[in-house]
Design a protein around this ligand. Structure first.
Ligand code: FA5
Length: 323
């Protein structure tokens, strides 16, 4: 009888193909009212000579069936997870990331300068007053400091640490650490404690440029910046140079680009001031050079016809995904 049950149950188990039918099989043989359980329950009422034999046979059959059950269950469960993927469902499209428009424009400008023989260097956003102002001929209490409203950093034991208000401190750092000829641009972020409007953010980028050598003239400055304007805006876009004041250049200019009949200023520039050269140990009678600092956000606005600079950092995907 036990042998018969063994054959039957194992044969049935072979055709079990799902977790559900395995459970039915378990209930049928090993469940509370299962066929094997009933035999085990009835052992007590058997005559002595049969009890021992049937008892040991049915116990070992129970062991065998339980073992088979445990062996087969994980395989069927794994198939279940596999089967639960409905391959007829339409696929989910993954959205692809892309470059932020400011990153793209910085790369494009950098490439234009790289083609003109400039190298590209990055600087630190946390700066010292010495580099951000003093070495740029902006002494303490000079009214020009007000032009760059500063965010000061709270540091133990020092009160001269700030978030750079422009990328110009890198001019001094580069000159301190190298010898002319120098031809370099420095893209990076700047911070100013100021109210925002359509063309002003409190954090924005600049691309600083510095060229130092012998006999570098103002026409080199103009030629370089005209070439950039042609590369970025095309040959027919109107460009305007005007006199401007920055304590670290002499003479100083700003450059604007025509935007629907208005002039939008994109950069400040000028010939490196002799005091700046002296501050970094260069002889102003031997070397001359020019520097500029441009705002890629403003350039991107002109390029893509964007009316408010604040959109760049508002993290609105409806805006960003257009680029
Ligand atoms: C400067 O920061 C000078 N360091 C530039 C310079 C470098 C002059 C080397 C001479 C020699 P200015 O504050 O004008 O200058 O800023 C330069 C450019 O940065 C601006 O023309 C503008 O394009 C951009 N910029 C300045 N302030 C903001 C702002 N709040 N938001 C967005 N862009 C700004």
């Amino acid at each position: 009888m036990i042998e018969e049950l063994k054959n039957k149950s194992l044969t049935e188990l072979e055709s079990v193909k799902s977790v559900d039918s395995l459970e039915q099989w378990r209930v049928k043989y090993l469940g509370r009212k299962g066929e094997l359980t009933s035999i085990l329950r009835g052992i007590g009422s058997l005559p002595d000579n049969e009890r021992r034999l049937i008892g040991s046979q049915s116990n070992s059959l129970r062991g065998l069936l339980e073992e088979q059950y445990k062996k087969i269950k994980p395989t069927l469960e794994k198939n279940l997870t596999h089967d639960s993927v409905d391959i007829t469902l339409p696929g989910r499209t993954r959205t692809k990331g892309r470059l932020h428009p400011i990153t793209s424009i910085i790369r494009e400008i950098s490439e234009a300068f790289s083609d003109m023989g400039f190298s590209i260097v990055e600087g630190n956003e946390s700066e010292l007053e010495h580099y951000n102002f003093d070495l740029l001929n902006i002494p303490k209490d000079h009214p020009a400091r007000d032009q760059w409203d500063t965010i000061w950093l709270d540091r133990p034991n020092r009160d001269d640490n700030l978030l750079r208000t422009h990328t110009s401190p890198m001019q001094a750092r580069i000159m301190e650490n190298s010898k002319p000829p120098i031809r370099v641009i420095i893209p990076g972020k700047c911070y100013r404690y100021e109210a925002t409007d359509a063309t002003h953010e409190w954090h924005f980028h600049q691309i600083e440029g510095l060229v130092v050598g012998k006999n570098i003239s103002f026409s080199d400055l103009k030629g370089t910046l005209y070439e950039l304007a042609r590369r970025i805006f095309g040959p027919s876009r109107k460009v305007r140079f005007r006199c401007d004041f920055f304590p670290f250049v002499e003479p100083g200019v700003d450059m604007s680009i025509d935007w629907k009949g208005e002039w939008i200023e994109i950069l400040g520039a000028g010939m490196v001031h002799p005091k700046v050269f002296e501050g970094v140990g260069y002889d102003p009678n031997v070397y001359s050079g020019f520097a500029f600092g441009m705002g890629p956000e403003r350039i991107a606005m002109l390029r893509y016809d964007i009316e408010d600079i604040r959109q760049f950092f508002s993290n609105d995907l409806r805006f960003l995904s257009q680029f």
